[in-house]
Ligand binder design. Structure first.
Ligand SMILES: Cc1cc2nc3c(=O)[nH]c(=O)nc-3n(C[C@H](O)[C@H](O)[C@H](O)COP(=O)(O)O)c2cc1C
Length: 357
């Protein structure tokens, strides 16, 4: 995909959940930029499942193999290409699902689109697994931004209706966001973390699942990045974020809540602080007219409850034309939110880098 109409970056993600490998090709990164491959691997590892109440037991190693574009930790100016070899494919889990689409998965529309011929094992190219290569690209973008003093981070703001600390209610510092990234269950304040984990555990015991909200913030983004209409920073970001499987909503700043305010409360009023232009509030999420304002860029991403649940549900048999039921076996997270945090970070980093190049 091209990240915007005036694109500088182009990203292609290939493979499928149960193919031999998945990978990415990133074009537009100039030569001579240092990329720490260990830091990149650590970034991608944040997406992996850890043995926990919320996570799957698929246990892929997700080792990044860089095949082109980075030599001795420095970019060469060519396309950057990288692969991850799938080690734990288990197609048998999906054999009996061929004609019975799983509710809330891509199965039915893909069946129609590809006339039943697409191999949906593990969700195929629609799987959350495809976010591993997305994180490779985003991890590279994040390192390049960091060199320029721009920081990108994300954290869990809500799970199963239990709210954590949100930028909507209080100022969140760079140090607070940075701290969450060292934790597998990244919340700003641990106060409600145990309630969130209990909500996941309860759903899991019931053969069910829960969703939640991820918040992302970028600090030190210079003012004036982005453009009007469809090349707005919001458009680029939304395009990327909606590419993450299970994302069903994206809002910037106060998002839908801003519609309830009077203009006098919604407007972010300016002031000078030591010669720097700032606003007292940041209700617009650091973006006006599609361009960055210099205030932190803030956005919220709604993640739906995991589609695969072991509870029995109604579905259809497309071969026999009859109604039936389904209870999904296999390795699935009772909550995707903790693992999707780093994917959101990857998208934010790519969108900002696209506009900075
Ligand atoms: C990191 C990550 C892991 C995911 N793991 C699962 C999973 O184990 N089970 C599942 O049903 N969905 C999982 N998903 C979400 C599905 O891939 C997604 O809901 C499905 O493909 C349908 O797409 P849609 O929700 O965007 O409409 C995951 C998503 C992400 C980002």
């Amino acid at each position: 995909m091209l990240l915007s109409d005036n694109h500088k970056l182009s990203l292609r993600i290939w493979g499928a959940s149960h193919a031999d490998a998945i990978g990415m090709k990133l074009d537009g990164i100039e030569k001579g930029i240092k990329i720490n491959v260990d830091t990149l691997q650590a970034f991608v590892d944040r997406r992996k499942s850890v043995k926990s109440v919320y996570s799957t037991s698929r246990g892929e190693e997700d080792k990044i193999v860089i095949t082109k574009g980075i030599n001795d930790s420095v970019t060469t100016g060519e396309s950057i290409e990288a692969a991850i070899f799938n080690k734990t494919q288990r197609k048998s889990d999906y054999e009996n699902l061929k004609h019975t689409p799983r509710p809330s998965h891509a199965d039915y529309p893909a069946y129609v689109k590809y006339s039943g011929s697409y191999d949906m094992s593990g969700g195929g190219k629609f799987s959350g697994r495809m976010t591993a290569p997305l994180c490779i690209a985003g991890g590279i973008a994040k390192q390049i931004l960091q060199e320029k003093g721009i920081f990108v981070g994300a954290y869990i703001a809500e799970i199963g209706g239990i709210k954590g600390i949100s930028y909507k209610d209080s100022d969140i510092s760079l140090a607070q966001v940075e701290k969450t990234m060292a934790q597998p269950f990244g919340v700003i304040d641990n106060k409600n973390a145990s309630l969130m984990l209990s909500a996941i555990e309860k759903a899991k015991l019931d053969g069910d699942s829960v969703g939640g909200v991820i918040e992302a913030i970028s600090y030190n983004v210079p003012a004036g990045l982005g453009d009007a209409l469809f090349d707005s920073l919001e458009s680029t970001l939304a395009k990327l974020l909606f590419g993450i499987p299970a994302v069903k909503g994206v809002e910037f700043g106060l998002g839908f809540d801003i519609s309830k305010l009077l203009g006098s409360k919604a407007n972010d009023c300016y002031y000078f602080e030591q010669g720097k232009v700032k606003t007292y509030t940041n209700n617009n999420g650091g973006i006006l007219g599609g361009m960055s304002t210099g205030m932190p860029i803030t956005c919220r991403v709604a993640i739906k409850p995991t589609a695969s649940i072991s509870k029995e549900q109604n579905t259809i048999n497309l071969q026999t034309g009859t109604n039936t039921t389904i209870a999904i076996k296999g390795r699935h997270d009772a909550c995707i939110v903790p693992r999707a945090v780093v994917c959101v970070e990857a998208c934010l980093a790519l969108a900002i880098l696209e506009n900075i190049l």
